[in-house]
Design a protein around this ligand. Structure first.
Ligand SMILES: [Zn+2]
Length: 207
């Protein structure tokens, strides 16, 4: 049976990991806004192609993103949607273009998100990813793969992380409230290991 699943959650809540596992478990397409845009760079819309905005270094405007997501969902025989909708307008648009079988919100406290996001380290040489707590290298600060230096990206400093989370809360809380009012929202405690969180999600979807 094909399912249409929407996964909501803050940066660091584990959306990407859980989306991939769900797509595998139920044989669904994993649809992200970024992938959909890259796959349809030259799609003509009323407002221009995604490429025209990307190459100008501009954010792709909502109406263009909406059309691209619509095409990606139409092409999928069941999907896990991740990274969309980012605001209430997009949530209302989504209601018009598709039928969702499950809307899942991965609930993780702000402090836990900050811990997860500020612990990321990346190798300056080869780009390998680590986490000081969840995926530490054998030797602190040194890449297991190539011996390069591990650095914290500007995006992962506490100040930037808190700003990113604030943007998420401002834009996405109305989205969560929208689905809660419709009675469709399944809230999952996301503060556990990826396998435990996955079990909670599949239990909720199947029951
Ligand atoms: Zn390296």
């Amino acid at each position: 049976m094909s399912r249409n699943i929407l996964l909501l959650g803050a940066p660091g809540a584990g959306k990407g990991t859980q989306s991939k596992k769900l797509a595998e478990e139920y044989d669904l397409e994993h649809v992200t806004t970024g992938d959909a845009l890259r796959a349809n760079k030259d799609m003509e819309t009323e407002y221009g192609t995604p490429r025209s905005f990307m190459e100008a270094g501009e954010l792709v405007p909502d109406p263009v993103v909406n059309e691209i997501v619509k095409v990606a969902l139409e092409e999928a025989d069941g999907y896990v949607l991740d990274g969309y909708p980012r605001n209430l307008d997009q949530a209302e648009y989504l209601d018009e273009i598709t039928d969702l079988d499950a809307v899942i919100y991965l609930d993780v406290s702000e402090e836990e998100l900050v811990d997860r996001l500020t612990g990321r380290r990346v190798c300056d040489e080869c780009g390998a990813n680590y986490h000081v707590e969840f995926q530490p290298p054998e030797e602190a600060g040194v890449c297991d793969e190539c011996g390069g230096e591990l650095i914290q990206r500007e995006d992962d400093t506490e100040e930037t992380v808190r700003e990113r989370l604030q943007v998420f809360y401002d834009n996405t809380e109305p989205v969560i409230e929208h689905f809660r009012e419709q009675g469709d929202l399944i809230e999952i405690d996301g503060e556990a290991t990826p396998d435990e969180v996955f079990d909670r999600i599949t239990d909720a979807i199947e029951n």
